[in-house]
Design a protein. Structure first.
Length: 412
């Protein structure tokens, strides 16, 4: 089997697979070109062949009852290296490359072969347009020129199909963008209107001269809570926009994620216990990482708040541990869980799990997308391993800092 330089061969195969044509159904446009090649060159057999790593596959053929052959027995695997010229084998029985070839010594008893390479604009040969006869012969110059012209038409068809697939993909992305935009407008409008309506209502009550002054502190507290909710939403939207435009700018230092976990649990204990949930930190020995304390704290905070929001009963456990060269932060709850189908969806901005939508749980769908952006900026990995109804463990994996470096930095 004739193979070019390994690097060039990898590039050639990558170009071939990029056309997404291998092992596709017959198409009239390619069949017609094979028929024209057979008529032009006056041969009983013609084929459009594509040479993969291990085999030659026929996209279209005339006079053949098979659609692939092992590459080691392929005439076309030699012809693709003919530098855009037509490779001719006048009599295969006399050619040392092919005289023992199964297609020469048995059906279809190949004697004559001519193949024009199918070459991309970048110079990558994908296969050939070839013609075959059971009698020795040669093509004349006009037939060679015609075969090269038809080979260019094969490439034009492949390029058109690749372009059409690109348009389809672009259109689908635009449709997705429109759907996301509509979801964004609907969800953000709802998230803004609810606290604003509440604030407006309490302000009207405060402005009522008949309103008992003793209730004013209670109303002011509710206005403050709704105002905080609005500010948090705006902050999340700004952070999501910043993450979407480019990587987040980090102010890194050596920090102890065990301490970070303990602080996150302490800050959210009243909230969790107010909803009847147990919350605990499992963070003993220091686990140093080089990270942005504020950003990583935001990520852990959002995971804990998500756990509180989607856990009707049970407990939340926040863990920091070393795992080989990694530091692992994990927030595990006993809540509603996330289906396998939704585990990638929820990492995109303004997208939420189907269960969250059905239950009409408050939120703009930004929390996990922000966490992922922060983790990505730290060259980390965010993983979700969940089943509906069985809770959700979400883990952040970060490169662990050398302990001696952490001690030198005064963190541990």
């Amino acid at each position: 089997m004739l193979v070019a330089d390994p690097q060039l061969e990898r590039q050639r195969l990558a170009a071939l697979h990029d056309y997404d044509v291998l092992y596709t159904a017959p198409e009239a446009d390619f069949d017609d070109i094979a028929v024209l090649a057979a008529q032009l060159c006056r041969t009983p057999i013609a084929a459009i062949s594509l040479v993969d790593g291990e085999r030659q596959w026929l996209k279209a053929s005339v006079g053949m009852d098979f659609c692939e052959v092992a590459r080691e027995h392929s005439f076309c695997s030699h012809a693709i290296h003919a530098a855009r010229e037509v490779m001719q084998v006048p009599d295969a029985r006399l050619d040392p490359r092919f005289r023992n070839n199964p297609m020469v010594v048995a059906e279809p008893y190949v004697r004559f072969y001519a193949g024009a390479p199918l070459v991309t604009a970048g110079g990558q040969p994908l296969g050939t347009l070839c013609v075959i006869d059971s009698e020795p012969r040669l093509l004349n110059p006009a037939e060679c020129a015609g075969l090269r012209t038809l080979a260019r038409h094969v490439m034009a068809q492949l390029e058109l199909r690749q372009y059409a697939r690109g348009l389809d993909a672009a259109n689908e992305r635009l449709r997705d963008a429109d759907r996301i935009k509509d979801e964004f407008i609907s969800r953000v409008t709802h998230e803004l209107r609810t606290p604003l309506t509440s604030i407006n209502g309490y302000l009207e009550v405060l402005g009522d001269p008949e309103s008992p002054p003793s209730e004013n502190p209670q109303f002011l507290d509710r206005i403050r809570r709704n105002s905080d909710r609005l500010i948090a939403l705006v902050d999340d939207m700004l952070l999501a926009a910043q993450a979407g435009q480019s990587s987040l700018v980090l102010d890194r230092s050596v920090i102890d994620v065990a301490e970070l976990v303990r602080d996150a649990v302490a800050r959210n204990r009243v909230l969790a216990e107010g909803r009847g949930l147990e919350i605990s930190a499992v963070a003993g020995e220091p686990v140093p990482v080089r990270a942005d304390l504020q950003r990583l704290g935001q990520a852990v905070e959002r995971l804990v708040l998500n756990a509180v929001k989607f856990t009707p009963r049970g407990r939340i456990t926040v863990t920091a541990r070393a795992d080989g060269d990694d530091a692992v932060l994990e927030v595990r709850d006993t809540g509603i869980g996330i289906s396998a189908a939704d585990q990638q969806r929820v990492l995109a901005p303004f997208r939420r799990a189907a269960d969250a939508e059905r239950r009409e749980v408050q939120g703009a769908g930004l929390g996990l997308s922000i966490v992922k952006a922060i983790v990505d900026a730290h060259d980390g990995l965010l993983t979700i391993d969940s089943d509906p109804g069985h809770g959700t463990p979400i883990s952040i994996h970060l490169p662990r800092q050398d302990v001696s470096a952490a001690i030198t930095a005064g963190t541990v």
